[in-house]
Design a protein around this ligand. Structure first.
Ligand code: ADP
Length: 563
């Protein structure tokens, strides 16, 4: 390729110079000929004016001598009308000249080889009529040797110059091409080294270099595709992790974010890529800890609240490719601990509430017993009353502990014996055992019970039904109504009462442990604040839905939807 380039250039230079030389030669030749023709015509006109065939003074011989003396290069021939040469500057000539073309066509210039002078000549002739009417021909001729020698020497020297210039230009082009290809050669060498190809500096041909670039490109394309494939695999794996992962480089720019992390921070991968870590949040603690990790390589772990979520963020400083100039990259792990923290809080609250709930009856029991022991209460009826109160508080404590155990049993998720349970039977048994309380309150009970079975643990079915019915009796009003529906068709259990009702703001909270709208009333009625928490837990365990409709002062309706 390089050779071809140089040869093409040399040829172009050669052809151009040759064309120039030919054109110059033609021009010089043309100009010289033109000058010669003018000169020839001048000489002819002078000769014609001087020569007179009928004059004894201006004879052919004297005319030839006159012009020969003025220009020895000029050949003048005076020819008689029959073609006999009367006089000629080159001496005596025998040969008849009538057939010469210039004699046949006077006034026209002819170029031809002169056998007499043995050289190329330019001829021009004219008819000359003497004073008494004698016809003769006057012919002048000029040698072409001068013109030819100029053109030949121009061609000779010009040709030599062309050969020299072409040779030099070939060398110059070779030098320039070599010089200008060097950086390209070096770059191709580097490229080949990158893709693991053999680097051979000897190759300086453009075609070979282009082939090497092509090979390198093909290898790079294949490698790029391979890298892309590997990246896609890694991205897929990282996206499958439920834990969020963000990678920040040593300059503080986000370089990676998996699917879980985008969900937590509410940003897409494209939105966050290449942005500064401050783009994630303006939480001061977050920003400070990331800064410390980048600048000092300090790891940290802390809870971070974002919307309804609580996440545990773990910052691990990264070195190597992720660090830069003493700074560190950061791997940020995001773990959603909302449920865990909620349970921890609920557990803490539960223990605090349970201790408090157990403490009050225990304080009362101890108080009554100390009063009896210290003789502060001596009258038999007072002692009886104190004993009854002690017993009541002890029973309440017992009930709290039973219900706490029920809840803990539900939470432990220990394997239960689940079998089809007739809820109708449990409801009827409950009503029977609470006949006294119902009568005492003069409650009107309306019961519509279909007999169907629900797969449950018997203990759970009893807890669900007894807690709802117990509340409907406890929080009813005297002579109120108690409506119980068990529908096989709609798979519903409905408990309605016409009691005190529940305010809208308490509707959610009454399912919390130890939450009571009116603590004193609940206590007086032997409530623990755990009944509805147990009901809710059972419903959650079995996938039942529980709904509450209630109007303060009018009544409440709890509906359980079995699956
Ligand atoms: P408790 O042992 O106090 O009855 P629960 O968990 O069973 O505890 O009920 C929580 C609270 O919800 C009660 O203290 C009461 O204030 C309210 N409540 C429950 N059922 C009813 C109802 N049928 N009518 C009005 N209030 C109710």
């Amino acid at each position: 390729m390089k050779k071809r380039l140089i040869i093409t250039n040399i040829l172009m230079v050669f052809v151009s110079l040759l064309a120039l030389l030919c054109a110059a030669s033609l021009i010089v030749f043309g100009v010289k000929r033109n000058d010669g023709e003018k000169e020839l015509r001048n000489y002819l006109s002078v000769a014609c004016q001087y020569y007179d065939a009928d004059s004894s003074l201006n004879t052919a011989q004297s005319t030839v001598s006159l012009l020969y003396n003025s220009d020895s290069d000029l050949r003048l021939t005076i020819i008689a009308s029959d073609g006999t040469v009367l006089a000629d500057t080159s001496g005596e000539i025998e040969e008849n000249h009538l057939s010469r073309p210039e004699i046949q066509n006077p006034g026209t210039i002819y170029y031809r080889y002169s056998e007499t002078l043995k050289e190329n000549m330019m001829y021009l002739a004219a008819k000359d009529i003497g004073a008494e009417g004698t016809l003769a021909y006057v012919r002048v001729a000029l040698s072409q040797a001068d013109v030819e020698s100029i053109v030949y020497s121009l061609l000779g020297w010009g040709g030599l110059a062309i050969v020299l210039i072409t040779g030099l230009s070939g060398l110059a082009i070779d030098l320039v091409v070599r010089h200008s290809m060097k950086p390209l050669q070096e770059q191709v060498g580097k490229l080949s080294a990158i893709v693991g190809e053999k680097t051979d500096d000897g190759h300086d041909d453009i075609k070979e270099l282009s082939e090497r670039i092509d090979t390198a490109k093909t290898l790079l394309d294949a490698r790029y595709k391979e890298v892309q494939k590997e990246k896609a695999k890694t991205d897929y794996l990282i996206d499958q992790i439920s834990q969020g992962l963000i990678v920040i480089d040593g300059l503080g720019f986000i370089k990676m974010m998996n699917h879980a992390a985008t969900k937590v921070f509410g940003l897409s991968k494209d939105e966050s890529y290449g942005k500064e870590y401050r783009f994630l949040t303006n939480d001061e603690r977050f920003l400070l800890n990331v800064k410390k990790a980048i600048e000092n390589g300090e790891g940290s772990s802390f809870d971070y609240k974002i919307g309804p979520l609580t996440c545990l963020l773990t910052l691990s400083p990264l070195e190597g490719v992720w660090g830069e100039g003493g700074r560190h990259g950061v791997a940020l792990l995001v773990l959603d601990v909302s449920e865990k923290r909620r349970l921890e809080l609920a557990k803490r609250d539960f223990f605090a509430n349970a201790s408090h709930e157990l403490k009050s009856p225990l304080t009362a029991i101890i108080g009554y017993q100390e009063m009896i022991q210290e003789g502060l209460i001596t009258k038999p009826e007072e002692i009886k009353d104190a004993t009854e109160r002690t017993l009541k508080e002890a029973k309440r404590m017992n009930q709290i502990i039973i219900e706490m155990l029920s809840l803990s049993k539900l939470e432990s998720r220990e394997k239960k014996e689940i079998r089809p349970i007739s809820l109708k039977k449990i409801i009827e048994d409950f009503l029977l055992s609470h006949e006294g309380a119902i009568k005492n309150e003069h409650l009107h009970v309306r019961v519509t019970l279909d007999d169907f079975e629900v797969p449950m643990a018997e203990e759970d079915a009893e807890n669900l039904i007894s807690n709802l019915l117990d509340n409907a009796i406890k929080y009813n009003r005297p002579s109120g109504t108690l409506e119980i529906i068990l529908s096989k068709e709609t798979k519903q259990f409905v408990v309605g009462d016409s009691g005190i009702g529940i305010a809208p703001e308490d509707k959610e909270r009454i399912f919390e442990r130890f939450y009571r709208v009116d603590k004193a009333k609940s206590k007086a009625l032997g409530g623990t604040g755990l009944g509805l928490a147990i009901v809710k837990h059972i419903c959650l365990d079995y996938g039942f839905l529980i709904a509450l409709e209630s109007t303060l002062g009018v009544g409440s309706k709890f509906t359980v939807y079995f699956r």
